[in-house]
Every structure is written in C-alpha cells, then in structure tokens.
Unconditional design. Structure first.
Lengths: 487, 495
C-alpha cells in the first residue's frame, strides 16, 4: 500500500494515463486523416486482412489489374481465390515492393502480372501515385525501400513522414474517412477488385500488325526483371498478361519486348490485345469499355473468363468453392455479381422486364403510387403478383414495402411513413395543398412529380441504393423516368 | 532545426535526459556542446561559426581586461574595442551592402552612370542577438554591476545559449549568466519540465496554427497590394500586425519554455502588447528584452528624460531610429523606427492638450470605453507602422497606405471575396478560433500577469493532460507545414 501512495508512483500513473489518452487520440487522428485511396492504398491494407496463405492467385499491376480482373467471377465460375494487389498507374518498382510485402503473409500458387507498367517512361510517378503505391505498405523497411526508388530525393522525407502530406486532410473529410464506411460488404469482403459501371464506346485497335519491339525504360525493365526473379526465387509460377485496352503502337512494341524478356526466363506472357483474343472473348468495343484504359462491368467478365481459361490450361489452381475458410470469397463474389445485376436492372427500360428483374430476395422494394396506377402496372400484373402484391387492392395512393420477396407493409395514403434501410431513410412527403409526391433519400429530395408510380430499390446485401425511379403513363405507354437528385 | 520538428524533438529529448543524468560539473560544457551543435544545424558550413566564436572571445577577453585593469584609459580602450568588435561585425555583415547601395545611389544622383556595389556577404544567423547579448555583458562589467566571468565555458554557454541564440530574447548577465555561474547547475524539476513543455506547445500552436496561417493571407495581399482595395489592405495590415506578434511571441514563449525545461529562467519578451493604451505602453510590452536594452544602453546614455523636453524627444527619436536600423538594413525599418519615435514625441507634446480636453468635456479616463478607444488608436498606429516594416520599399508602403484610404470597397467584407485571399472559409474559421484563444490568454495575462502555464498547471492533472494533448493535436492537424505549404521561418530570424 505504501508503494501505491509513493509520490513518484502516483506521478508515473498519471503520466501513463495521459500518455494512453494521447496515444488513443493520436491514433484516432491517424486513422481518420491518413490516406484511404481505393485505387492504391486500400488494396494493400485489405491484403493484410486476408487469412495467411489464403490467396491462391495474386494479381499484380495497375488499374488495368484492379478494374479488369474480376475476382468475383474468378471465384464464382472457377472457384479461384484471387486477390488483386494493384495501384493506380503503378510502376514495376512499386509492384516489386508490393509483391515483396505480400509474400510475407501469402504463398500464392500463381502470380499474375499485368504488364501495363512496361509502357512507363518516367523516373518518378506523380505525387498522388507515389502516395497510392507506397504509403499502404505496413513494413517500415519495405516502405522505406519502396519510397527510396519512388520518390524524388527532395521529397523523400515528406513521403517517409507521411503525416506531413495528410495532416491537413480535414478540409476534404468524407464518409470514407470513418470506420463505419468500411462495414459495407464491398469493403468487408474486399479482394482488391472494383467494378467500373461506366460505358464508353471505343475504336477497336489493330495490334496484330505491330510485331517489332522497343526497349523498356531502364528502371521499368530493371524492376520487371526483379519481379520475375523474385517469383523464381520463391518458386511461385508467374503469368504475365496484358489486358485489353485501346493501346498505341509504342505500347504494343513495349509489350513485345516484355514478352521477349519473359521468354528469357521461360515465363508465359499472354497479350490479350490481339484479334485472336478479341474474337474469342467476343469483346464488343462499343459496349465493353468504361474508358480508353479499362473494361467495364460487361467487358471485365469476358476478359476474366478468358484469363481463367488460360490459367486453367497452364496451372493447377484449387477450386475453393464451398470451403468454409473461403466464405469471404463467396460473399465477395455475391457482392460483385449482385452489384453487376443491379446495373443490369438500372439499364432495363422495359416495364415488364424491369419488374421481373426485381424478383430478388436481396432487394427491398418500395412502391408508392399517386396516379394512373392501373394503367402503368396493368402490363405487369403477374410480375407484381410475383412480388407478393395483391393487385386487386392496387390503386392510386398506396405504399408497398417488399422485403425478402414478401410484402412487409402496405397502406393507403400512408405517405408519412419513413422506411429505414440500414443506415438510410426513405421517406415520402405529400400535403393536401400540394399535388406533387416527394420522394426523399436520406432527407434529399429525389423525385417530386404529380403523377406516376415511384419505385425505390435497395440492395440489402450490398447495403446500397440501387435506384429511385418513377414510371408514368405517357401517351399509350408506360415510360421509366430516372430520378434526378434535387439539391 | 525548427523548434517544432522531429529533429529538434529528438535533440531536446536527448539533451534533457543527458543533462539530467550527467554530474553537475559537466553540465556547463555539455550545454556549450549542445549550443554549438544546435547552431551548426542552421549553419551552412563550419566557417559560419567564426563570427559567434570571435564575438564570444573578444567580449570575454575585453571584460576580463576591464575587470583586472584599474586604469580608466585601458578600461575604456577595452570597452571601445569590444563595442567596435560587436558593432563592427554587425555593421559589416548586416549593413555593408546597404551602405554601399546607398552610396551608389548618391553617386548616381551626383554623377551620371550606374554605381552598383555589392559584397558577397552571408549574414551569420542570430548576429543581432548574440552581439547585443555580449555587449550587455561588457557594459555591465564596465559599470561594475556584474563581475567578469573567468570561465570561458560559462561565458560561452551564456552567449550561445541555444534557446535564445537565433532570435532572442536578448539576455542580460544579471539573468541568464547569473544562473549559469551557480556552482552546480540545477536541472529542471518535474514542475519546470511540465511548465516548459506546455509553453513550447503553446508557442508551437501560436506559430504554426495562427502566425503561419495569417502569413498566407498577408503575403497574398502585400505581394500584390495594387490589385486590392481598402478592405483587403486594411485586413491585411491588421493581419500582419497580428502575424508578426504571433510569430515573434511564439518564438519567445518557446525559448522561454525550453529554457525552463533546462532549469533556467529567461526574460519574458512580451506582455500582451496589443492591449497597450499608448505607444509608450506598447514598448513596455513588446520585445521587452530589446526595448530595455535600448533604454539602458542608448536612451539613458544619451541623457534619457533627465534633460530638456527637446533633448528628451531627440533622444527618443534617435533611440527608435537605432532600433529601426537594428531590425534591418533597409529604409523601411528606419522609417518604421522613426514613426515609433515620432508617435511618442507627438504623444508627449500633445499630452497637456489632451488632458485639458478630457477635463473640459468630462471624459473619465479610467472607464472601459476610454481605455478601449486608447487601445484601438494604439493598435491602428502600430498597424500603420508595421506596413513600413513589411513592405519591400518605403514607396510601396506609402502606395499601400494611399490605397487603404482611397480605394474603398467596403462591400468586399460581405460578399465572401475575402475567402479568395489564400484562406478559404474553413481556414478563416480555424484562424478565428485560434486567434480567440490567443486573445483570451493575452487578456488574462494583462489582467492577472499569469501565463498559460500558471493557469493550466493549477488545474487537476487530468485537465492539464487534455490541454497538452489538444495543443499537440492542434499543431499536428491544423499547423501550416508540409509540402502543401512551406512553413515560414520565424520572422525575427532574419534580424
């Protein structure tokens, strides 16, 4: 007891208490303010969350890897447990250190490297790419080495002491800076892949005619070889690929050179930029691209399947489907495929087909009607009944909430009802003096019109709003009108 | 090595630990070694140490001669020699190019042609401070107020004391040197360590959150003042007035805190100067170590106020002109010093008239409203003088002031255009909150004489801890540093 009353002991206990609070406060600041780029830093941060030695196929590279190699499809269709460890415009020297870091916890059965890095001609990336491709590395020694080769000398210490770069990020705070944001399945089961839902028509390139080579940028070649040598040293098979994109002549020559170097090491190199693969994949350049560099949700499935077939031909990758330890891949796949389905639902303009596509257990569907209900929904009576709605009582002024395939709520003129969907609130507002029915999502008005049938679709698995739309009777047909968020 | 940097943090931590554990007799040499190491971190080469070493040796030897020689003549020669050494080196390093430039301008005025004379001189860091600190010692030895220091290590520790060497406060032998002379140098106790750390953190907050944030705004306006109207120019003048205070106050309070962490008490350089009710009062509160230096070694030797009114005012103007010159080799500083001298002369000459006026109209001069008015007038006068201090040339300063009173655009205060002057709404909000903290603490200091350390350290330990954490995090998050923003050096480093 005397020890406890000792002045120095009490002082030490106070200092320790304050230091603990200080550490807690500082770590909270670090957690909130530090960089969280989805196209770089989060890829490696989530690799650390995977069970040790659980990744069978490790995909490396740039955005050409994380937007094109669909890990959901690889698991769902081929049972491959793949993880894309990539970063935006990632040069080979960053890929090399990412690989080195990954091999500390994972022993993949195959490494797939996207060769976009072969086209880089600069000694250093731009500031944001240096951040994205280095600051997620947890091992201080590896991060130090990665920064040494990535950063211009005069900025090295700014990157090394990264707080100097991010301490003032309070001006750009967003939901993604707080832990709650990462509880969504997209992040919870993240495997490094992100679907791009944009569609932009592209001109089909003609890479077959380019058969010559051009040397790689020396630093790129040095680290390209280092990656190959590291895989050899670790006895991990390597497959080098180039995913389809709208490439130019110089890039094609560099891929030819990359193939030549790969051949030196006996490493397979597949360039999917050829008529042969374009045709076998049935790649549609008017629909399958998000932009000049990336495949979209339709294109990545085609490419991923072609890639998986090539992998199957050459390597023996275990089928993990149904294995308890691979549940997170199962859920990831469900999330990716579900969100792709959501996109197809959004694309659907046929009313009947639309209601057919709504028949998914994961959807929470809210239907509110103000006018022309019988005409609008007349064409899809069976579909509505399929959703569980009693069409006999369907009339203007009703609200239905359908959860898990059954009607959870139905009421007449009950526009005051607020529907809670996880952390979101869907609400309607209509007063007698106002003819418009207002649909609000999290308090923000999405639709406010005098007539039609409002449909709000929420994906309860991905915890995302799919869309708020309105059908109206126009002329002699039902027309789907997208909601426009009003500020 | 800035006081708020990882390098300095390590340096200080190592220093405090070693200083605490080494036997007392080794603390003085250890302190000198650390002083030199700190100075070297700012120096470009070892040769940059020559001026500070030379000044230390010259003044140390001269003081010993003054002490040991009974002859008045020799004592005076030694005194003159040390003054010549200090002022001469200051004149050479700081003013040679200014004088050559002025000479060239005069030549150009008399004879046709261009006369550009320039010497390649690098100004030794902290020269204005360590020369004045050394001179103060020689003067006091000469006046027999202080005994000459026999031990060179002790004296070198005084001249090169690392918390103050770069930017003051200008210590006196009766203060720091007396403490360094104690038989056994005391290390800081726990209370002093806590107090010192709190002051360093508060200084860091004032510098990195307030002063450097204000600098973004004032630099934007001052660097292209012709593009702005009266609203921006007034705001910027006020902004610079606050910036220079926060910048220099921050350095001084950090130096005070560091010295405290080492077990020393040094001069407090500021005492809520912008709450002064007159220019004279302002100078009792602003850069106290320098203003008392000039009072003791320039103003009083000139005759002080124990002479005719005319002579007294002449002495005042001369003292402030010298103060202006001390601040920098430029006409802008000379005009700034002259203005402050002029303010005081006018204040002195109009005092009877003002007194009669207050009496005639029954003004109660002890009321809040009256004091507030005095403070506002003083603040504006000081702010106008700072325009000369900040401007590149005297002409720029006059043009700036001209636009302040002619290009009216008061509506810009309300149309959010001020958010386009380098600081957006978020940054302005942070600045406003931080300035409020400084203002409130200055008001408390003015009223009670208590600084932040005295206020906080009498609270419960939990609350104290939270204040430390909040100050640290405020600097860490809201401080203006990093590649997105090049942190400003302390303004007074250039002097």
């Amino acid at each position: 007891m005397n020890v406890l009353k000792n002045k120095n002991f009490v002082r030490a206990y106070k200092i320790i208490a304050i230091l603990l609070i200080f550490t807690l406060a500082l770590s909270s600041v670090f957690s909130v303010l530090s960089f969280k780029y989805g196209d770089g830093i989060m890829g490696i941060k989530y690799l650390y969350k995977q069970d040790n030695d659980s990744v069978d196929v490790l995909v490396l590279g740039s955005s050409h890897a994380f937007e094109n190699v669909n890990t959901g499809v690889l698991y769902d269709s081929y049972g491959m447990a793949a993880y894309v460890l990539a970063g935006s415009v990632q040069p080979y020297w960053n890929t090399y250190y990412y690989l080195m870091e990954a091999l500390k916890t994972q022993t993949p059965k195959l490494i797939v490297l996207d060769a976009f890095g072969s086209t880089f001609n600069d000694e250093y990336s731009d500031n944001s790419r240096i951040i994205k491709n280095t600051l997620g590395i947890r091992d201080i020694a590896i991060r130090y080495k990665a920064l040494k080769v990535s950063s211009p000398k005069d900025k090295f210490y700014d990157y090394l002491l990264s707080y100097r770069l991010w301490h003032s990020r309070y001006t750009e705070f967003g939901a993604s800076d707080f832990p709650q944001y990462y509880k969504r399945p997209f992040w919870y089961y993240y495997k490094g892949f992100g679907v791009n839902f944009t569609t932009k028509s592209q001109n089909k390139p003609d890479p077959d005619k380019i058969t010559t080579e051009t040397p790689l940028f020396p630093k790129s070649e040095e680290y390209y070889r280092k990656i190959i040598e590291l895989c050899k040293q670790e006895n991990i098979p390597l497959l080098i690929v180039k995913s389809p994109y709208i490439l130019n002549e110089d890039s094609m020559k560099k891929y030819n050179m990359s193939k030549k170097i790969a051949d030196e090491y006996g490493v397979p190199f597949i360039n999917f930029n050829s008529s042969k693969y374009y045709n076998s994949m049935k790649l549609d350049f008017s629909k399958d691209f998000a932009d000049i560099n990336h495949l979209n949700y339709m294109g990545n499935v085609k490419y991923t399947k072609a890639l998986a077939e090539e992998i199957k031909k050459r390597f023996d990758i275990p089928d993990r489907k149904g294995q308890q330890e691979y549940e997170s891949w199962e859920m990831h796949s469900k999330d990716v495929l579900g969100r792709t389905e959501n996109q197809y639902l959004k694309n659907e303009n046929n009313v009947g087909a639309y209601f057919e596509k709504l028949k998914k257990e994961r959807y929470v569907i809210t239907i509110a009607t103000i006018s022309d209900t019988d005409k609008i929904l007349g064409k899809c009576k069976e579909s509505l009944e399929g959703l569980g709605i009693d069409t006999a009582e369907l009339r203007d002024g009703r609200v239905y909430v359908i959860r898990g395939g059954t009607v959870d709520y139905s009421g007449e003129n009950s526009f005051e009802k607020m529907i809670r969907l996880d952390n979101h609130v869907l609400s309607f507002e209509k007063s007698d003096s106002q003819p418009e029915l207002s649909l609000k999502w999290d308090g923000k008005e999405q639709i406010s019109e005098k007539k039609g049938c409002y449909v709000s679709v929420y994906d309860s698995f991905s915890k995302e709003l799919v869309e708020n739309i309105r059908f109206e009777w126009s002329g002699s047909a039902t027309v789907k009108k997208p909601a426009v968020e009003k500020k | 090595m800035q006081f708020i940097s990882i390098g300095f943090l390590v340096f200080m931590a190592v220093f405090v630990v070693i200083y605490s554990v080494v036997p007392a007799k080794f603390r003085r040499p250890f302190l000198v070694i650390c002083n030199i190491l700190y100075y070297i971190t700012w120096a470009k080469s070892v040769f940059d140490l020559i001026p500070i070493v030379a000044i230390t040796l010259i003044t140390w030897v001269c003081a010993l001669i003054i002490k040991r020689t009974p002859g008045v003549r020799t004592r005076k020669i030694a005194l003159i020699f040390s003054i010549a050494g200090c002022i001469g080196s200051l004149a050479y390093f700081k003013y040679a190019n200014f004088l050559l430039n002025t000479f060239g301008s005069i030549m150009g005025f008399i004879l046709p042609g261009e006369y550009n004379y320039k010497l390649n001189i690098i100004l030794p860091l902290g020269i204005s401070f360590f020369t004045f600190q050394s001179l103060a010692y020689v003067f006091e030895v000469y006046k027999k107020n202080v005994a000459a220091e026999h031990n060179l290590i002790t004296y070198a520790a005084y001249v090169t004391f690392f918390p103050t060497v770069m930017s003051g406060p200008i210590e006196r032998p009766t203060g720091l040197l007396r403490q360094l002379r104690e038989d056994e140098l005391q290390r800081a106790d726990f209370a002093e360590l806590k107090s010192g750390l709190l002051l360093v953190l508060y200084g860091g907050f004032v510098k990195y959150v307030v002063a450097d944030r204000l600098a973004v705004f004032t630099d934007t306006v001052f660097n292209s003042y012709m593009a702005y109207g009266s609203t921006e120019l007034w705001l910027s003048a006020i902004g610079y007035t606050l910036q220079i205070y926060c910048d220099f106050f921050a350095y001084s309070v950090m130096a005070f805190g560091l010295a405290k962490m080492m077990g020393f008490n040094i001069i407090e350089n500021f005492n809520a100067p912008y709450l002064a009710v007159s220019i004279r009062d302002f100078w009792r509160r602003w850069h106290i170590s320098l203003s008392t230096w000039f009072r003791d070694y320039v103003y009083i030797p000139l005759g002080g106020n124990r002479c005719s009114k005319l002579r007294k005012n002449f002495n005042l103007v001369v003292t402030f002109l010298v103060s202006g010159i001390w601040h920098g080799a430029s006409w802008t500083y000379i005009v700034w010093g002259f203005l402050h001298g002029l303010y005081q002369v006018i204040g002195d000459l109009t005092a009877p008239f003002r007194k009669n006026l207050y009496k005639k109209y029954s003004f109660k001069t002890d009321r809040f409203g009256f004091k507030l008015g005095q403070r506002l007038v003083t603040f504006i006068l000081v702010a106008v003088a700072w325009i000369f201090f900040r401007s590149a040339t005297v002409t720029d300063a006059f043009l700036y002031i001209g636009r302040m009173v002619t290009n009216f655009n008061i509506w810009n205060l309300f149309n959010k255009s001020i958010y386009n002057l380098g600081l957006d709404a978020v940054q302005v909000s942070i600045l406003a909150i931080a300035l409020c903290v400084v203002f409130v603490l200055d008001c408390i200091k003015y009223r009670t004489g208590r600084g932040i350390d005295e206020l906080v350290l009498k609270q419960n330990w939990g609350f104290q801890g939270i204040i430390y954490i909040v100050l640290f995090l405020a600097i860490f998050v809201f401080g203006m540093y990093g590649p997105a923003y090049n942190a400003q050096e302390f303004i007074y480093f250039q002097f």
